[in-house]
Design a protein around this ligand. Sequence first.
Ligand code: BDR
Ligand code: CA
Length: 320
Amino acid sequence: MRLIIDTDTAGDDAFSILLALKAPHVTLEGITICNGNVPFDQQAENALYTLEVAGAGGTVPVYKGCPLPMLRKPVDATEFFGADGMSDANFPMAAQRPEAGHAVDFLIDTIMSNPGEIEILAQAPLTNIATAWVKEPRIADNLKHLWVMGGLDNSIGNTTPASEFNFYVDPEAAKIVVNAGFRLTLSTWTLTMSSGLLPDEKLRVIEAMDTPLSRFFMTISQAPFKRTEMRYGRPLSTHPDSLTCACAIDPEIMLEVADCLVDVETQGELTRAYSSICTPLTAEEAEIDFLWPSAPANARVIRKADTNRFADMLIAALAE
Ligand code: BDR
Ligand code: CA
């Protein structure tokens, strides 16, 4: 599998990069940085440090992409991840530096020169992917698969009641991407809350391993632990991005999927970035529910994942 990860590297984004690095059948072709969780350049530093701590410094190019959303003011998640996105660990600067080119050009060039070969895991706001598509729409046909972490599958959000963070930051980009004709699998925040919370016993295993990567995991999890304890009454280890990566590299982790019609709200007052997700209606149903969206499915939505299989993949990746 030839994979590019588009990321706003902070916390769980880093675990996703580790999973891809440690999967023997995955070649990580590049990492592209998009606006999102924490200050833009810091996200590139976090990706570079993650490569270094995993023993992969200098082996995977890191490209900086779009530092701002398309229309909206930037929104970050420093309160959740810490000012540096890594629970204020203030890691040293990695030896590897970002590449000179722009992430959007790297995405287009890599996809177009390898038709049908490249998959993208988009685990940030979708500004880079949407911009790449606007610049070269043929990437939709030439990309093998687009895995997106974003949106809500008819549940409450993590950013507003109606929205998930990645879609909320750049709703216009999300709308462009889901309607662009990519072969697309969507992993939502709803899935994170049902299948992407690391069970306590698995967390204890990671804590006890005491390897460089398990220590890295525990260090950068501290701010999210504190924040989720305030919000949910107990610390949670949430894995939106790493669960999505796990599904991409081991499809057996997906226990239930549905072909759905997905769109994104860009106009609402209280519903900025609300993701409308439904299964397409039959012709008979469409006659009854005539205001229901009636286009064909444009995404496969993951509805249930194997939490233990995912957790064991993560544990194996952190074992060094
Ligand atoms: C998503 O938002 C970000 O804060 C996380 O990195 C993840 O990609 C979850 O809503
Ligand atoms: Ca992310």
